[in-house]
Design a protein around this ligand. Structure first.
Ligand SMILES: [Fe+2]
Length: 207
């Protein structure tokens, strides 16, 4: 499949709700972890390329980066450090992601960001990402709550109800974040969420 043909399947319009993200081709199916009920994510669940000791190193880096974090839009963010960069470019993670995307899709790593949600107004409104994050891998590093769990990561099929992605700490969701509208809802009092997002841009591929 050519790059142009591939992009032809995606909608870059202003209205994120107006076009099916995979119109004209078979939608990717959930290939591991839990079934989302709708085929909008490529993977949801544990990722062998992100074992516990790697996640411990990423949590430690997140704690460091929090000191440099800034309020961006509706929550707190900081760019990934050298640990995140190394993990993002590891053969293990890239190989895993290659196994998740449809045949013919070629991509390269771009940037990563740590995100924190803990204030009552923290959230991410439904949106789609830019080209540098057209393929996204979101790792849930931490999710603690004193009472009810309120903050949820959701995908938003065009014209349909939001679908919660059931992530536990240590799980990751892989999806075309430039094509599939996604969001995170507000935490309850005492609830805290820390995620790490890895971004990948699509590259031209052969005919
Ligand atoms: Fe996003």
């Amino acid at each position: 499949m050519s790059f142009d043909a591939l992009l032809g399947h995606f909608d870059f319009g202003d209205d994120p709700e107006d076009a099916p993200p995979f119109a004209g081709q078979a939608a990717p199916t959930v290939s591991g972890g839990r079934d989302l009920g709708q085929p909008r994510a490529l993977h949801c669940g544990p990722v062998p390329a992100l074992p516990a000791h790697v996640q411990d190193a990423l949590r430690a880096e997140a704690a460091l980066q929090l000191g440099r974090a800034a309020r961006v839009n509706t929550h707190t963010m900081a760019e990934g450090g050298p640990v995140a960069a190394e993990v993002q470019r590891s053969d293990a993670l890239l190989g895993f992601l290659r196994d998740q995307v449809p045949e013919g899709v070629v991509f390269e790593p771009t940037t990563s960001y740590y995100h924190w949600y803990g204030e009552a107004t923290d959230r991410v409104e439904p949106h789609r990402d830019q080209a540098d994050f057209f393929l996204g891998c979101i790792l849930l590093l931490e999710h603690t709550h004193a009472g009810a769990r309120s903050s949820r990561f959701t995908l938003h099929p065009p014209g349909g109800a939001a679908v919660e992605v059931p992530l536990e700490p240590g799980d990751a969701v892989v999806f075309f974040s430039g094509a599939v509208t996604h969001a995170r809802s507000r935490p309850a009092p005492g609830e805290r969420v820390n995620t790490l997002t890895f971004g990948f841009r699509l590259l031209p591929c052969g005919p």
